[in-house]
Design a protein around this ligand. Structure first.
Ligand code: ZN
Length: 428
């Protein structure tokens, strides 16, 4: 059954929800605001507390690795026959970091999924309460959401499994052969110059830290005197010395540039991967919890405010405006609502709530999404460009239309087949 378009506007306008009202101007029923407030509180908890916490843990793990490596330095000069020891120590520290990053990311994803499930669970408790005939449990939602994330990803053929996916990514990024080659070159140069062990480890640690201020802060706040020592060693003058060295020596100029780049890859990519994983886990659990909730009828695709300011009309503009299921513009069944098209997509779900009389009724069976045509996509992209608050909008070429078309149709189709596949599994 299609949903009243005026009410969809209401959900999108408030950015949150719509409730079944009989006539214009009716006030929000208490139960509806209770439900939505629970969900939004949990969303805020995740955005304001959990997300920064994950970054903080990553910085902590990284700074611990740096200090540990620095402290592993041997005494005296770095000689050719002992250069391997230094290289091995670096490898061992980076390998340990890789495992920690994967653990932090995995834990963060599970916590985010738990927070999302809890928002809906609280909402149900405060609205439905303990009404006879309505029994809903959200306890399985977080773990199931992480599984589904993996299945969807597989269907979207991005990668293999959740934890395996993270491990593979970090492996490629952190422990890659290119990373080590750069540092091996640097170590060889240190041997030639007859540098001391401590100076050599300090310089490598310094290059890995790359003067990242958040990291530097974490080094002191968590590791105290130990972190403070290394931080002082690689403070301002260290960078000035390195720049001076790079000016005088071509080899150093190259190797310092390369190692900085590698270091950037290791920390920045770790941070990006972790944040996007936690984001996706939250979104997936939110979707699954909406599916599980007797109070939620459907979800809406609420376009992130960032989109208009960036000025790049994309898949999200289409998802927020298309009517894939005949439910209304940007309205989806929670069951087969597509995944977010970009790893850093800030779009959120809105909730179309059911009237209390419907809470104990079965929900509509999700219909298969239609496939949008090129001209529809083009229209949505053009409309997004018109609304953009940026003067640098991306021009809409046939190639771009094709790409967006393939992505959005693919995402909706695959979300449907994952849902249908789950039903088959249950039946088997
Ligand atoms: Zn988006």
């Amino acid at each position: 059954m299609p949903i009243d378009p005026r009410l969809i506007e209401l959900v999108k306008g408030s950015g949150n929800f719509y409730f079944p009202v009989e006539r214009d101007g009716a006030s929000v029923p208490l139960w509806a605001s209770r439900y939505t407030n629970s969900v939004l509180r949990s969303r805020a908890l995740w955005q304001q507390r959990l997300s920064p916490r994950v970054v903080q843990l990553l910085h902590r793990a990284f700074s611990e690795m740096l200090v540990g490596f620095y402290e592993s330095a041997g005494a005296g000069k770095l000689t050719a026959d002992r250069a391997d020891d230094l290289a091995r120590s670096l490898r061992a520290h980076l390998a340990r970091l890789e495992i920690q990053l994967a653990t932090i990311t995995g834990d963060g994803a599970l916590a985010a999924a738990g927070i999302a499930a809890n928002g809906h669970a609280q909402g149900v408790r405060q609205t439905v309460g303990v009404q006879a005939g309505i029994e809903t449990s959200f306890t399985q939602v977080p773990a199931q959401a992480l599984d589904l994330m993996q299945i969807r990803r597989f269907a979207e053929s991005e990668a293999v499994g959740h934890s395996q996916f993270i491990r593979t990514l970090y492996n490629r990024r952190v422990n890659s052969a290119e990373n080590f080659k750069v540092f091996d070159d640097l170590i060889r140069q240190f041997v030639i110059e007859g540098r001391s062990w401590t100076d050599s480890t300090r310089d490598i640690a310094g290059l890995l830290a790359k003067g990242d201020s958040a990291l530097m802060q974490e080094m002191v706040s968590h590791l105290g005197a130990r972190g403070g020592k290394l931080r002082n060693e690689i403070s301002q003058s260290f960078w000035a010395d390195l720049n001076e060295l790079a000016k005088q020596d071509e080899f150093y100029a190259k190797v310092i540039g390369d190692t900085k780049l590698r270091a950037q890859t290791i920390l920045y990519d770790g941070r990006r991967i972790a944040i996007s994983e936690v984001n996706i886990a939250h979104f997936e659990a939110d979707r699954l919890a909406a599916e599980t909730s007797p109070v939620v009828q459907a979800v809406t695709w609420n376009l992130s405010g960032r989109h208009a300011s960036i000025g790049i009309a994309c898949e999200c503009d289409v998802l927020a405006n298309a009517d894939y299921h005949g439910l209304g513009t940007g309205v989806y069944y929670a069951e087969n609502c597509p995944s977010r098209p970009h790893p850093f997509c800030g779009c959120t779900l809105g909730y179309v709530l059911r009237a209390p009389a419907d809470w104990n009724k079965a929900k509509d069976t999700p219909r298969r999404p239609i496939q949008l045509s090129e001209s529809t996509i083009e229209d949505f992209l053009n409309q997004a460009n018109e609304k953009a608050r940026s003067d640098k909008t991306l021009s809409i070429t046939p190639k771009r239309i094709d790409r967006v078309l393939e992505n959005v149709n693919g995402l909706t189709r695959k979300a449907h087949s994952v849902w249908a596949g789950r039903l088959e599994e249950v039946a088997a």
